[in-house]
Design a protein around this ligand. Structure first.
Ligand code: MG
Length: 158
């Protein structure tokens, strides 16, 4: 068994779609980034790659590469899952916590779990997503940005 941890944060700004855990969420602001800036999925990617000691989101999908401009981060997660499978691992589970003052995310959690599970090629009951309010504290609390944390467990298949 191998445990991995991931973290990501992106800045919120007007005029961008808000995508978290592969789900487009209605809001008056969205996250800024080279890809769709889906901080939750990026944290999951880093957890999955980290568990296999197989690099990170930035090394596999660099922001300097025009191929990833506007990329759907769930497509990148699917690539990351392929990387760890090729390295001889299966994904046992993923757990992600999103920290956002707004918008309320609880109603979107089931769709996020489904999108992440589909991208990672695992079952719904292997994916957990939790949304936490930062209670007004820090950059997430002021609405300057949204951050996400994730863990992943991998099992060697060989
Ligand atoms: Mg990111």
């Amino acid at each position: 068994m191998r445990a991995g941890f991931g973290y990501d944060a992106h800045r919120l700004a007007p005029g961008r779609p808000l995508v978290l855990g592969g789900v487009a969420i209605p809001f008056d602001r969205g996250l800024i980034g080279h890809s769709d800036a889906d901080a939750a999925t990026h944290a999951v990617i880093d957890a999955v790659l980290g568990a296999a000691a197989a690099g990170d989101c930035g090394s596999h999908f660099p922001a300097s590469d025009p191929r990833f401009a506007g990329a759907r981060s769930t497509d990148l997660l699917a690539d990351a899952a392929r990387v760890v499978r090729a390295a001889g691992f299966s994904i046992v589970n993923v757990d992600c916590t999103i920290v956002a003052q707004a918008p309320p995310l609880a109603s979107h959690v089931p769709a996020m779990r489904a999108a992440l599970a589909a991208a990672a090629g695992i079952a719904l009951d292997q994916v957990s997503v939790k949304a936490k309010s930062p209670e007004g504290l820090g950059f997430a609390g002021t609405g300057e940005g949204i951050e996400a944390f994730a863990t992943a467990m991998l099992e060697a298949t060989t």
